[in-house]
Design a protein around this ligand. Structure first.
Ligand SMILES: [Zn+2]
Length: 297
């Protein structure tokens, strides 16, 4: 309970808590979402305007990639604050989604985000519920960007009382309308089902992506004591098969196979160590690590 760093997040690439330390909360009651309106990681003026975390969609791998800037229970800096009622300082963790809520804007258009992206949001929401009891609910209205009025925004007192998920468009003392019509209801439904089944919801695309990365890890796994990886071992074994085939064909042609020459050729083609020496447990740990990285909340 009460982990302050999200397990899937990179907390070193853009860590701002040392340069811009905020107030530490002993409890959290809300999670406030933004969209960056960029296609890449924002610099946040060295952290001066940063949220607690930023998340970017990796569309080819169909997964979300997280960076953490402050502990989840430290006030961050992405909201304006002009009245007595705290905004950044009101027991809130803030997340910036890299992409847009404006049709035609940069990066992923979040209002029509695919299920794998919403599942990534759901994973975080479920984690936040388990660690900090932030309710898996959202009673605000997520409106399409560009409406002429601002009725979805909460008053200072309503914000103070609010518990659950909301957006920049709902924060008092602020005029930004991101992240628009985010499908938060869908994400929270996924999160709730994850908790009730005791696991995370995985889409077929995510399984494919995990399988692909797992096989990449296996092929790149260095066989202990050899300095070569599986891919090299496999290609050398395959090369031996071709060599044997050539030798057999040569034997068919003239009925003469020199056993010593055959043995020498086979020995010359051997990998430094055969796959029998592979540390199977280490491979299993590497595979499990990859699965855990993706699936664990
Ligand atoms: Zn915002």
């Amino acid at each position: 309970m009460h982990a302050t760093q999200y397990s899937l997040a990179n907390a070193t690439a853009q860590w701002f808590a040392d340069d811009h330390p905020g107030v530490t909360f002993t409890s959290l009651e809300k999670c406030l979402w933004h969209s960056t309106e960029t296609s890449g990681w924002p610099g946040y003026s060295g952290g001066a305007t940063a949220p607690n975390l930023t998340v970017t969609p990796d569309r080819s791998a169909k997964r979300l990639v997280w960076r953490q800037h402050f502990p989840v229970n430290m006030s961050s800096r992405a909201l304006l604050h002009t009245h007595t009622q705290p905004t950044n300082g009101d027991h809130v963790v803030q997340i910036e989604l890299v992409g847009t809520c404006v049709p035609g804007g940069p990066g992923l258009f979040w209002p029509t985000a695919p299920d794998w992206a919403l599942a990534g949001i759901a994973d975080f929401a479920a984690w936040l519920y388990r660690e900090w009891a932030v309710p898996l609910k959202s009673t605000v209205t997520w409106r399409a960007y560009g409406a002429s009025d601002d009725w979805q925004r909460l008053s200072d007192s309503a914000y103070n009382d609010y518990a659950g998920h909301l957006g920049h468009e709902h924060a008092p003392q602020n005029d930004h309308r991101d992240p628009g019509a985010l499908a938060m209801a869908r994400a929270l439904t996924i999160a709730t089902s994850e908790l009730s089944t005791g696991g995370t919801t995985v889409t077929p695309d995510e399984i494919d992506a995990v399988a692909q990365r797992t096989f990449e890890k296996i092929f790149n796994y260095t066989v202990p004591g050899t300095g070569v990886n599986f891919q090299t071992v496999i290609s050398r074994v395959y090369g031996q098969g071709i060599l044997l085939e050539k030798l057999v064909k040569a034997g068919d042609a003239n009925d003469e196979i020199d056993p010593k020459a055959l043995a020498a050729a086979i020995v010359a083609g051997l990998p430094p160590q055969l796959p029998a020496n592979v540390d199977v447990k280490a491979v299993a740990v590497a595979v499990a690590d990859e699965l855990r990285n993706r699936l664990a909340g």
